[in-house]
Write a protein that binds this ligand. Sequence first.
Ligand code: HEM
Ligand code: HEM
Length: 174
Amino acid sequence: MKQIRVWDPLVRVFHWSLVLGFGANALVIDDDSKLHEWVGWFVLGLVGLRIIWGVIGTKHARFSDFPPSAAAAMDQVADMARGRRRIHLGHTPLGALMIYNLLLTLLAIGLSGWLMTTDAFWGVEWPEELHEAAVAWAEISVVVHVVAVFVESARTHVNLPRAMLTGVKSIPER
Ligand code: HEM
Ligand code: HEM
């Protein structure tokens, strides 16, 4: 096994704090409460920090390391269909598309949530509808994200959740 350090501490703390914050607001905390808004702001702050880190952060954390590319994503689908194992050190092309989807959806959740709390939009329906729809989309995306992480881990024999915990990818020698 080759051990390669890929995720810096900021990416890891960001990821698991996001899981906790999003999970708490989506599943546990009363959405009519002040705590819901505070946790929502916390999640939005995490996403803001991650966007800055995507520009100035370490190698695999940078957006330039995982640009959104439909062509690269189709190549990965072809790899899966043909049973070809290609190891990506940073995010895979399909993973990258999911990450942009999640970050943008979280921004929409935060923006619509904030609008609901303003005097100007208080009682206006569309921010609430947008908030609800974006949360539903995020929940569907998270399910697909988690299933994909486990499928890709099994297929490539690289334990991706463990790498997001420890920062290190253990890559089997072929
Ligand atoms: C982590 C991200 C968030 C999640 C998963 C989330 C989830 C939800 C859900 C499921 C609802 C109920 C929707 C409905 O039944 O109409 C809701 C309502 C609401 N959320 Fe969020 N939310 C998040 C972030 C935020 C943020 C950042 C704010 C504002 C700062 C916010 C403010 C509100 C408000 C004001 C309501 C309406 C509560 C009511 O009076 O019924 N949320 N949210
Ligand atoms: C227990 C459930 C989860 C597991 C096991 C998990 C696992 C992972 C793994 C392994 C990666 C790295 C994928 C790769 O190697 O390319 C990743 C990335 C990511 N996940 Fe999750 N995830 C979970 C839940 C979530 C949730 C709930 C969200 C958001 C609401 C989320 C958002 C993200 C984001 C934004 C990234 C990109 C990380 C970065 O580059 O900063 N994940 N996740």
